[in-house]
Design a protein around this ligand. Structure first.
Ligand code: FBP
Length: 548
């Protein structure tokens, strides 16, 4: 494999870890835990893994003897920078327990466990992937591990390979399923521990024990770099408004963090849109007014950041999408038989009056998108809706109306962008390289301690790595009951942007100045070599959350 000069140099990087993990460790137990809500229901569903204490690893004076152990690992869901370092940390961690330990990777996500598709990860393979981005060492997938049949099928191969512990690296849903698996294997005395690791660029798997999900740091820094470049271009040519959509299936953490890094003119936060019950027209009007204000100062340019999940947080759109899902689920054949150029009118005719009005207000392209591309569960794939184009087009129309009324006299030309895949497999920043390696190493320590149903936790990460705190948090502690596909299910509570949290408040305190002035920041690319204040900074979100 040909490698770039940076890749070769970066391979030699030694990730930093919490001080306690360098030698032998012992466990300090915290108090027994409760789920974040619905305690009785969650407890009933997890009789063997509910209520366990939080754990912290501290230095031990004596070295314990561990038997050699075979461990399996799975990458689940969307790629996130640093996944390879979690696996490298896990590998080094289990070898540190006992050099005879072995690591097996299940291929292409949880499906690999069910289909018995695996490969042994040797030291030679691991060395090829240290500090690299991507999940290509074993691949990832979105198969949901949820049925007893899948668990039993998985157990066959675990038994065959004498695997005593399985590490699942995933987001909220994958870790929920990891916990169900841990509970099941414990209930049937399968002799297999299950440990989770918090992954997702979306940043929505976090709580008091999990400061951030890995990959968020690097992905945001990549997007902030390119938005910064766009802003400098924008401020040089002074002729375009750039509408930039940023990944994040549901929560707006990525858009918010990028805004904190680049100080754009406008950043929409979906959670605020929902709380204020804004309509699409409200959002468009607000942007158009900001454009008009800047135009009055002679500034016919600017940037607008848009979170990917926005559409579903606009209350009227949510109701419309829900009725459309229901309607098409029952009338798909009838709809398919309608000639293409009459399909939108057919939908308008069949929706309730309010929803029909909202549907009619959408540009045809978007309205059509809402009738197509349903996922296997019959839902509109909102991430395919080009919100950046929708908003640019609607703002243009609104400005034309304002011009006709004499309320605007500028020039408006737009460019649209969507940043997501550009950042998901970037080479991890020092923060993610260190955090991920530490998460993997901590997972090995949890395995050594015989734990199951825990998520690897590394905290205090705005301090130097030597002061980070490694431990474990029971997955049941993060759970509540939510309606999924018509049934109440235990799930890890998703962390949305908190409107009373420090990061959002910082945006609110500054956005007026950023909208009127041109206070762009140009963060530049991630630096892997150089002074610590350039290379080792955590996200602004994390610093603000921790009062730094
Ligand atoms: P995970 O939560 O699984 O890590 O995935 C996050 C994400 O990158 C979202 O930001 C995005 O909406 C989604 O994956 C896209 O996934 P896919 O490429 O599989 O369509």
């Amino acid at each position: 494999m040909v490698k770039s000069a940076l890749q070769v140099a970066r391979a030699a990087y030694k990730p930093k870890m919490p001080k306690a993990l360098y030698g032998s460790v012992k466990i300090e137990e915290g108090a027994a835990t409760q789920s974040v809500a619905d305690q009785e229901e969650v407890k009933k569903l997890f009789p063997n893994t509910y209520g366990m204490p939080t754990l912290k690893f501290v230095e031990a004076s004596e070295k314990a003897n561990y038997p050699a152990i075979n461990v399996g690992v799975i990458l689940s869901g969307g790629q996130a920078p640093g996944g390879h370092n979690v696996i490298a940390g896990l590998f080094d961690g289990i070898k540190n327990l006992n050099s005879g330990s072995r690591l097996y990777g299940f291929l292409m996500g949880p499906g690999g466990l069910v289909d018995h598709d695996y490969k042994e990860l040797t030291g030679e393979i691991i060395d090829e992937y240290r500090n690299t981005g991507g999940f290509d060492i074993i691949g990832s997938g979105r198969t949901k591990l949820e049925s007893k049949e899948q668990f039993d099928k998985g157990l066959e191969i675990l038994k065959k390979l004498d695997i005593k512990a399985l590490v699942i690296i995933g987001g909220d849903d994958s870790n929920t399923n990891a916990c169900v698996l841990a509970e099941y294997y414990k209930a049937i005395n399968a002799g297999v521990q299950v440990i989770g690791c918090p992954k997702t660029i979306d940043g929505d798997l976090k709580n008091e024990m999990i400061e951030t999900s890995f990959g968020f740091d690097t992905a945001c820094k990549v997007y902030a770099e390119v938005i910064g470049n766009i802003q400098r271009d924008c401020n040089s040519a002074r002729k375009y408004w750039h509408f930039i959509k940023l990944m994040g299936r549901s929560a707006s953490h990525i858009a918010l963090e990028c805004a904190l890094q680049v100080q754009p003119n406008i950043c929409i936060i979906s959670e605020e849109v929902e709380a204020k019950k804004l309509s699409l027209d409200d959002i468009v009007t607000d942007i158009a007014k900001a454009v008009a204000r800047r135009a009055a100062d002679g500034n016919n340019f600017g940037t607008v950041l848009i979170p990917e999940g926005l559409i579903e947080f606009i209350p009227a759109m949510k109701v419309l999408i829900s009725e459309l899902n229901d309607f098409l689920a029952h009338h798909q054949d009838e709809f398919n038989a309608v000639p293409k150029d009459e399909q939108l009118a057919y939908i308008r005719k069949n929706l309730s009056a309010d929803n029909s009005k909202v549907f009619a207000s959408l540009p045809d392209g978007v309205a059509r998108q809402l009738t197509l591309d349903r996922d296997p569960h019959g839902n509109v794939q909102v991430s395919l809706i080009e919100t950046e184009k929708l908003l640019a087009e609607m703002v243009g129309n609104k400005l034309a109306e304002m011009k006709a009324e004499g309320k605007y006299s500028g020039k408006f030309a737009s460019q649209v962008h969507f940043f997501g895949y550009e950042g998901r497999c970037a080479a991890p920043s020092n923060y993610d390289a260190d955090y991920c390696y530490s998460l993997g190493y901590t997972a090995a320590a949890l395995i050594g301690a015989g734990k199951t149903g825990y998520m690897s936790s590394v905290r205090n990460t705005t301090a130097p790595a030597s002061e980070w705190i490694a431990g474990g948090v029971p997955v049941t502690m993060m759970m509540n009951m939510e309606r999924r596909h018509g049934e109440m299910k235990p799930v890890i509570r998703k962390a949305l942007v908190e409107l009373d949290g420090a990061p959002f408040k910082y945006l609110v305190a500054n956005r007026e100045a950023w909208a009127v002035g041109t206070e762009f920041v140009y963060p530049g690319p991630i630096q892997y070599f150089g002074p610590t204040e350039v290379c080792d900074q955590p996200t602004i979100t994390l610093k603000l959350e921790q009062g730094k």
